[in-house]
Write a protein that binds this ligand. Structure first.
Ligand SMILES: NC(=O)c1ccc[n+]([C@@H]2O[C@H](COP(=O)([O-])OP(=O)(O)OC[C@H]3O[C@@H](n4cnc5c(N)ncnc54)[C@H](OP(=O)(O)O)[C@@H]3O)[C@@H](O)[C@H]2O)c1
Length: 349
């Protein structure tokens, strides 16, 4: 096979196609997994749309006949149209509505992605409802399915890079109500897994990188707009969204009762200041670093070593994510305008 660099997509459509193109490994998984129906709950968000496209495309290419259904409220009608166009059967449903969830079609595999993070400080009760009640409704509806549950590395305590990060043995110590409520999401699925034997996999993700949002996008945009980059949180980890999607779908095979937990991130622990300087050099601008004079704050440092044993290293290395992000932004690529707030260290989102 010829060796070539990954080319930066020129449009949202090209980026969706890139993230939604399944790997040969994913297609082979669909061929052997014998999933009749896959339900993706909370599909309408930043990761879900491209995950749905990848799943439907993998099913088609594998000839597996897996029906992919996507459930969300679809506050973004464009997301729904994209999914339908790629072969996902969409169903509008509020996962807080127990009767509506009960009426959802059966599925033998479920990816649970629904959640709420931003706006927690203004309306914490809604965050708790979304991250705790929706899981109850989903677990009770899908007692006979394998369920991959998206969670976050924010359930761990903050750490410094020198510590090598929190691995799955590290007890959760969530800071703030968002992280606490996501731990509730995990515990609820764990509870139903233990009492009803549901095979579950807890997918603790730290910072997916699309080009339209994510930590690298946030830092690059600030450098591009000559705004200061806060480097008080000195380090972080991230992973290409295409790799997140592949790992989430392959995780259906890793579900267990009681649940298996895996940290999902990239192998590199990145220095915030290095990233800002990289973008400054790429854009021919100056990096304005803020917070150098303050003591370094710990951040969410995730040790994803266990996951590499199952999946191997991610296919897209940090250097490529940096280059793609700089080319995307310099080329006028779109932004979701959804900052990650990765600098937050008080748990308040
Ligand atoms: N992106 C990351 O880097 C990252 C990092 C760590 C953890 N995670 C976790 O991964 C999951 C997916 O991430 P994401 O970035 O794609 O999240 P997201 O953009 O917030 O997407 C979640 C989607 O869930 C849907 N949803 C929310 N409440 C719902 C309800 N009551 N009923 C039905 N659907 C509902 C929403 O779509 P509708 O408006 O269409 O309903 C929302 O867009 C999240 O749960 C998050 O905790 C993500």
């Amino acid at each position: 096979m010829a060796i070539s660099e990954i080319r930066c997509p020129k449009s949202d459509e090209e980026l969706d196609a890139m993230l939604g193109t399944p790997s040969e490994r994913l297609i082979a998984f669909f061929q052997r997994a014998r999933i009749r129906r896959l339900a993706i709950l909370g599909i309408g968000g930043k990761i879900g749309v491209t995950l749905g496209i990848a799943a439907a495309t993998a099913s088609r290419r594998a000839g597996s006949g897996t029906e992919v259904i996507g459930v969300s409220r679809f506050s973004d009608s464009e997301a729904r149209a994209k999914l339908e166009a790629s072969g996902v059967h969409t169903i509008s449903c509020d996962l807080l509505d127990e009767d509506a969830v009960r009426a959802l079609p059966d599925a033998d595999a479920v990816i649970f992605m629904a959640g709420k993070k931003f706006g927690t400080s203004e309306n914490a009760s809604l965050t708790w409802a979304m991250n705790a009640i929706a899981p109850i409704n989903a677990a009770k509806r899908y007692l006979n399915a394998r369920i991959v549950v998206f969670s976050t590395g924010c359930v761990y305590p903050l750490a410094f890079a020198e510590s090598a990060g929190c691995d799955e043995q590290c007890p959760p110590e969530p800071l703030g109500e968002y992280a606490q409520s996501v731990l509730a999401r995990e515990r609820i699925f764990e509870y139903y897994s233990r009492i009803a034997g549901i095979p579950v996999m807890i997918f603790r993700l730290n910072y997916a990188i699309d080009l339209r949002y994510g930590v690298l996008h946030d830092i690059a945009m600030r450098v591009w707009q000559a705004q200061p980059v806060d480097i008080a949180v000195r380090n972080f980890n991230c992973i290409w969204q295409g790799d997140v999607i592949e790992r989430a779908l392959l995780s259906i095979d890793l579900c267990a009762s009681p649940p298996r937990i895996l940290n999902i991130s990239g192998p590199e622990t990145v220095a915030t200041s290095d990233v800002a300087k990289y973008f400054a050099a790429a854009f021919g601008k100056r990096a304005i670093l803020e917070g150098e004079d303050r003591a370094a704050s710990p951040g969410y440092i995730c040790n994803a070593g266990l996951s590499f044993g199952f999946f191997g290293y991610p296919s897209v290395p940090l250097t490529t994510m940096l280059r793609l992000t700089s080319e995307w932004i310099a080329g006028g690529g779109s932004s979701l305008n959804k900052p990650t707030h990765f600098q937050t260290t008080d748990g308040k989102f």
